[in-house]
Design a protein around this ligand. Structure first.
Ligand SMILES: Nc1ncnc2c1ncn2[C@@H]1O[C@H](COP(=O)(O)OP(=O)(O)O)[C@@H](O)[C@H]1O
Ligand SMILES: O=C(O)C(=O)C[C@H](O)[C@H](O)COP(=O)(O)O
Length: 338
């Protein structure tokens, strides 16, 4: 396998709290805790998959910020371009999961306004450490969440293309969070998408954000885009290439514990496949496999990631094997003991 180039992600990380036993917040006395944030989740998964990965962001000098830096380091993520801000706190969010017959859904409660990461700006991206990464990266990944953090963060990511190297690809996960777009003006999100080479979106969020999730219309409206990855629903995802080639791969059968983080894990699996120069179907399979590992964890990130041998099995799975694979907590069907 050809060695992968540098992957860089840009965005906020927060500490996450979630009630033990998935109780409603009003009933919860005990909480589990993790670290999350869309682009941080992607960075830690990419690094654990063995790709050289850096994360660009801002953290408070509080204990939460120290914890996030520790988790980044343990995962193998380079934080040399993370700014520390003694005057602002590190963000926090709380997850509230509801189970009804056959369905699991989670509400997010954010405590992040005024956070250190919300002060992310063009100056953050222009610091010598960040500029060196952004000009040499093979791929830079960010999401609509970063564009929604504040006016300065929006300005930074809507000018992103100008600070990347000439061969650096820009990957954007739409991650449309209506909660974060108070006045409903999503022009910064549109400006970010307009710079992307590669766009990840969920069919439902694209319909809410653009009024449709039609790849051909998105290619027409965004001339730089060459690839759109559509998470259709809980059953299927597809890759659309400009020019009309489409590849579809069904999701794995998964015993879902908690859904938050599945999209980020999916993006990491897909990007790992791209970095390893795999074909579109293999990239989608890797995305589904990482998503399955996030879905079977109560935290936002997969508890484990497939090693290179497992990735070969996932990428090369026969349709019959793929259709028969089921993932539940602690059980990864592609891992053989022999
Ligand atoms: N019920 C499910 N069963 C199996 N895989 C799922 C399920 N729900 C989500 N996934 C996986 O997670 C990926 C992301 O799902 P999605 O709900 O779109 O996430 P997000 O809203 O976090 O972006 C899907 O493309 C798929 O790989
Ligand atoms: O919402 C935010 O701002 C966050 O960054 C918190 C979460 O870590 C991501 O939202 C997870 O995203 P999904 O993988 O799409 O479920």
């Amino acid at each position: 396998m050809r060695s992968a180039g540098l992957q860089v992600t840009i965005g906020e990380a927060m500490v996450v709290l979630y009630p033990e036993d998935q109780r409603a917040l009003a009933e919860a006395d005990r909480f589990g805790s993790d670290v999350g944030g869309a682009e941080f989740n992607v960075a830690t998964s990419l690094a654990r998959l063995g790709l050289p990965t850096s994360w660009v962001s801002r953290l408070g000098t509080d204990g939460f910020g120290a914890r996030i830096r520790r988790v980044a380091g343990e995962s193998g993520v380079d934080t040399s371009a993370v700014e520390l801000d003694p005057s602002r706190p590190t963000g926090l969010y709380v997850k509230e999961t509801t189970r009804t017959a056959g369905d699991v859904s989670t509400r997010m409660h954010y405590h992040r306004s005024g956070s250190a990461a919300s002060a992310l700006s063009s100056a953050t991206l222009a610091s010598p450490a960040a500029a060196a990464l952004l000009t040499s990266a093979e791929l830079v990944h960010t999401s609509g969440i970063t564009a929604a953090l504040s006016p300065t963060a929006a300005e930074a990511v809507t000018g992103l293309r100008a600070v990347l190297g000439p061969d650096t690809r820009l990957s954007v996960d739409l991650n449309y969070r209506p909660q974060l777009w108070g006045d409903g003006d999503t022009s910064a999100l549109t400006a970010l998408v307009a710079q992307a080479d590669l766009l990840f979106l969920g069919r439902d969020e694209a319909e809410a954000c653009f009024g449709h999730g039609d790849a051909r219309r998105l290619f027409d409206a965004h001339p730089l885009l060459d690839t759109i990855v559509v998470k259709e629903d809980a059953h299927r995802a597809s890759v659309h290439r400009r020019g009309g080639v489409e590849v579809h791969v069904r999701c794995l059968s998964v015993d879902v514990v908690e859904p938050i983080g599945a999209g980020d894990a999916f993006a990491a699996g897909f990007l790992c496949g791209l970095a390893e120069r795999r074909d579109d179907a293999a990239c989608l399979r890797l995305g589904h496999a990482l998503a399955a590992l996030a879905l079977t964890s109560a935290g936002d990130r997969p508890l484990s990631v497939p090693d290179e041998m497992d990735r070969e099995r996932i990428a090369g799975a026969s349709d019959e094997d793929w259709a028969s694979w089921a993932v539940s907590p602690g059980a990864s069907p592609w891992r053989r003991s022999s």
